[in-house]
Ligand binder design. Structure first.
Ligand code: ATP
Length: 260
């Protein structure tokens, strides 16, 4: 039995009188895709911010591959293997799609991340960059400047850049937010393929339940900072309290089941 990639114990974040995340325990196993869901204000962003080091927990512990990363700054956590996609904040708009991935790969391989260094482009890195673009199905755009490609393709480029850091854990923040239905389907298919490749462990937050049920092996449902339920997509779909509190069902039967 393999060890968890991520072990979260009693994770809590309070903002004055507001408990945004309350006593969350979670283990994420290698090659698993876990989704964190919950209505607005449930604490998902705060939870992510603590895992990626952008916020200090009030209480609790975060272990990555057996190493305590609680309270480390984001760049250290990222170097240790937690890579988070930010909605388009990482992309250099004037560089080509391929150069964007090359910058990340250069940094990963220990070269300077300064932009002019791209001028001394290394063929090994170029080839590797194209492979990541192929994984995301956007290799045909490699020569385009990043600023001219579609919103959906930019989000895929971001995922390619995240994967290029060879992370132990990939945090995807609403990967399909703002996408057209076609882009959403395509992105879901691609993430599913990446997850099925067995090369990655994903933690995803997402409001689109079709996407969540499609991708997740396991789902943590948060409500007002607390864990409401954790289980497989099927268990989540059938859980009466989740249906009432989160999926928004006004189902008398479910209410009765939840509050007998
Ligand atoms: N910096 C902050 N200062 C004070 N309160 C905060 C802060 N950040 C979040 N909160 C509060 O913590 C709670 C959880 O917020 P959070 O943004 O983590 O929820 P969320 O599940 O990500 O919501 P959404 O789906 O709307 O993004 C909310 O009540 C929010 O108002």
């Amino acid at each position: 039995m393999s060890n968890p990639v991520l072990t979260i114990t009693s994770l809590t974040k309070r903002f004055g009188g507001v408990t945004a995340v309350s006593d969350i325990n979670l283990e994420v196993m290698p090659r698993e895709t876990i989704a964190i869901i919950g209505p607005n204000g449930a604490g998902k962003t705060t939870f992510y911010n603590m895992v990626s080091g952008r916020m200090l927990p009030t209480e609790g512990k975060i272990m990555l591959d057996g190493k305590d990363i609680t309270g480390l700054p984001p760049h250290k956590i990222s170097r240790l293997g937690v890579s988070r996609s930010f909605q388009l904040n990482n992309i250099f708009p004037e560089m080509t799609v391929q150069e964007n991935v090359e910058v990340v790969l250069s940094a990963y391989h220990g070269h300077s991340r300064k932009l002019f260094n791209i001028a001394s482009r290394n063929t090994g890195i170029q080839q590797e960059a194209v492979e990541f673009l192929e994984r995301l199905g956007i290799d045909s755009l490699k020569e385009q400047r990043a600023e001219v490609i579609s919103y959906g393709d930019k989000r895929l480029l971001e995922i390619a850049m995240v994967l290029a850091t060879q992370p132990k854990l990939v945090l995807l923040d609403e990967p399909t937010a703002g996408m057209t239905p076609d882009e959403t389907r395509r992105t879901t298919r691609l993430i599913k393929k990446l997850a099925d490749s067995g090369d990655y462990t994903f933690m995803i937050t997402e409001h689109d339940m079709d996407v969540v049920f499609n991708l997740a092996d396991r789902i943590l449902v948060m409500h007002r900072g607390e864990k409401l339920f954790a289980g497989t997509p099927e268990e989540v779909k059938n859980h009466p309290e989740v249906r009432v509190a989160y999926l928004g069902e006004e189902d008398d039967e479910a209410v009765e089941e939840a509050n007998p």
